[in-house]
Ligand binder design. Structure first.
Ligand code: SAH
Ligand code: SF4
Ligand code: F3S
Length: 373
């Protein structure tokens, strides 16, 4: 019996698919070369932009022909997109050949759903999940081992669906993180460790025994062995000096910070509920450059946020020019149902969003060519 997992979205989802793979292997499944030879196919989905959801609908639809060929094939859809009740219902109705539809918090129970499929289609969305500290992972990357340090997000940036589909911030206990990393180092297969969280800088704030993210970094670096450490994602409002110092002083930490700015305009940043200003953001960039001259810095931007004017978009362009990033990701704003921004007036047309994203990427490309100086 063979399995195949299709993953959309961020590193968090990539890592979660490693958990899905481990659950299926524990049930006796082995990895298929492609979806055509699989007995179970799992789609681990993303809801961050509409495009991501459209792709899932298209690709799940295409599985109909496989199901026709193999009536025993089990098709499961899980993840951020199906955590939204309406979307999950729509998937169930539109695709009667899908056997299992579950949300983000149901993944630890995947074995149960697969076993129950013989009794009928399985549909369940849990609203809260305990942090899962015990399940193994089938690490899929040769060099890099992902380590989850927290789940969820409390920030509620007004454009973002993540807090609704991943729940509130929950940090793993430090001792469990250290144990997992010691095990990775002892095994010696992975030379790189990447800590994952939507907002790693607020790690530990919800724990009974409070631990700062900087302390966690130092404690991990104190583990003996040959490995490099990195982390994502940092929120500019929470990137504290002690974290910058840890990156500077710990040899094991990669000199790299991904610091999404989203916009270079203060009115838009406020509407986005990012809780920092353009000036504050540039100050942090300056501080990192002063402290760690060889640090790579990358960022994310959203263009065409509701009511963004041409001048305000221009502030994003000048911020990119000033900050001299090593690279950026630029996204066209995508309204997500249920978020505050999706109901804001003056939504921007697709055409203007496309023009702005192209312009921003052209600036970035030109700067890359000119060597950033
Ligand atoms: N937790 C991280 C990133 C989460 S999502 C952070 O706080 O930065 C990754 C990126 O997707 C974001 O940085 C943002 O640029 C983009 N994004 C999120 N919601 C979006 C939306 N509705 N439309 C377009 N891009 C979005
Ligand atoms: Fe979304 Fe903002 Fe949380 Fe990042 S910090 S996951 S952008 S709500
Ligand atoms: Fe990640 Fe997409 Fe979910 S970016 S947290 S998989 S909505």
């Amino acid at each position: 019996m063979k399995y195949f997992v299709v993953t959309y979205g961020c590193q968090m989802n990539v890592h979660e698919s490693e958990k899905i793979a481990a659950i299926l292997e524990n049930m006796g499944y082995t990895l298929a070369n492609d979806r055509n030879e699989a007995d179970i196919i799992v789609f681990n989905t993303c809801a961050i932009r509409e495009g991501a959801e459209d792709r899932v609908f298209g690709n799940v639809g295409n599985l109909k022909r496989l199901k026709k060929k193999n009536k025993e094939l089990i098709i499961a859809v899980c993840g951020c997109m199906t955590q939204k009740e309406q979307t999950a219902q729509k998937l169930m109705q539109k695709f009667p050949f899908v056997d299992i539809v579950i949300g983000t918090f149901n993944i630890p129970k995947l074995r149960y759903y697969v076993e129950a499929v013989k009794k009928g289609r399985q549909f369940e969305l849990l609203n809260e999940g305990e942090l899962d500290e015990t399940l193994p992972y089938k690490r899929s990357d040769k060099d890099n081992a992902w380590v989850n340090i927290m789940q969820g997000c409390n920030n509620f940036c007004t454009y973002c669906i993540v807090p609704y589909v991943r729940g509130r911030e929950k940090s793993r206990k430090e001792e469990n993180i250290l144990k997992e990393i010691k095990e990775i180092v002892r095994e010696g297969k992975h030379k790189k460790i990447t800590l994952l969280g939507q907002n790693v800088n607020s790690y530990g704030k919800d724990l009974e025994k409070q631990v700062t993210f900087a302390k966690l970094l130092h404690d991990i670096c104190a583990i003996e062995g040959n490995f490099t450490l990195s982390f994502m994602t940092s929120h500019p409002k929470d990137l504290t000096d002690d974290v910058i110092e840890a990156v500077k002083n710990e040899d094991k930490i990669e000199k790299f910070i991904h610091l999404p700015a989203q916009s270079g305009n203060n009115r838009i940043l406020k509407l986005m509920n990012r809780r920092y200003t353009r000036e504050k953001y540039l100050e942090i960039i300056d501080k990192i450059r002063q402290q760690i001259p060889n640090c790579r810095i990358t960022s994310d931007f959203i263009v065409g946020f509701p009511s963004e004017t041409e001048e305000e978009f221009n502030d994003t362009c000048t911020l990119v020019q000033k900050a001299k990033f090593d690279s950026i990701f630029a996204f066209m704003y995508s309204p997500r149902e249920g978020t505050v921004a999706s109901n804001m007036p003056d939504q921007i047309s697709e055409k203007v969003k496309r023009e702005r994203v192209n312009k921003l990427l052209a600036i970035e490309k030109r700067m890359q060519k000119e060597g950033k100086s």
